[in-house]
Write a new protein. Sequence first.
Length: 379
Amino acid sequence: MRDYGPRAVAGPRSAAARGAVRYMAERLVLSIDGMGGDNAARSAPETVLQAIEIASRRRPELRFLVHGDEKLLNEALNAHPAAHGVCEIRPASTAIGMDVKPMQAARLKDTSIGNAIDTVKSGEAAAVVSAGNTGAYMAIAMVRLRMMEGVHRPALSARWPAASGGYVVLLDVGANVTADAEQLVEFAIMGEAFQRAVSGIERPSVAFMNVGSEDQKGHEEIRAAARLVRESGVEINFKGFVEGDDIAKGTVDVIVTDGFTGNIALKTGEGTARLVSQLLREALTGGILATIGAAIAYPALKKLRARMDPGAFNGAVFLGLNGLVVKSHGSADGPGFASAIDVAARMAESHYRDEIARNIARLAAAQAAPAPAVARDAS
């Protein structure tokens, strides 16, 4: 491997510190699955190397371990010479297809996803990024990295552009179909830490998604989660309940729900964005006057297109693991994958794991405390 400067200190680590990697000499090493994505395997390396070229121009301190088919990756590397000095190709004999079941994938050996995750487990890399099979990715990461102490389930987070000008973090968006009150509070803790790490907001506002904003609305688990947040002493800026339209409004910075609801909300939003883009394109090419109008409005339309581009917000994170695992959208292009790399770098430089651990400990302590005794009338 090329000399990337001093790397992580080797040796045994405690459970709390496992996966937390410190680097010297301003070098941050990221591990990349070079073979994952919705497209054919031959196009995945091209997307990944283009993304690395973009990311390294933005952040020259980044270094990359790229796992996959050595021949295909080297061919892609030759087409992107700016990536030559910042990455090393790590051969892997197997690429996990998008149709492979999670538990089957977890048993496979020498895969590009598995090898990339292993470098995070060993401390050689600070984070892993893949656009591959989501279920397989999560299964392998859970088996090899394990859960953070006190966290019951991981949550998959995503970002969505909001009318407020920033973006909203939504979780869980698919890691768990259901979630009880305690798990929803854990998601809130993890989502708050994620939003702070990526956006820089000091005290992100957090709310649970519900069918109404009133305290009496919703099923028992969501109401119990709200009570638990208020009574447990966790340090989050909790705002109660919000509704589905608050995602696009940007009413709060973090919206928490179960994976079933969150995944439907996310996919509905993505479909709506594509529909609006298609309708706008049809309207602006429907005749000579529309075309002239589009030419006049081109600067504003270009800005709108950039704002609606899902690639600009690419990079979901499996929160709650003993290691930083970032998921790129399977259909992401080079710039979109570079956005996921940027998320990985920002998270790796933050203290999000320590923040999660502190609040999880407060939650556990509150639940372990005995309920206050109820005074009885002696008469």
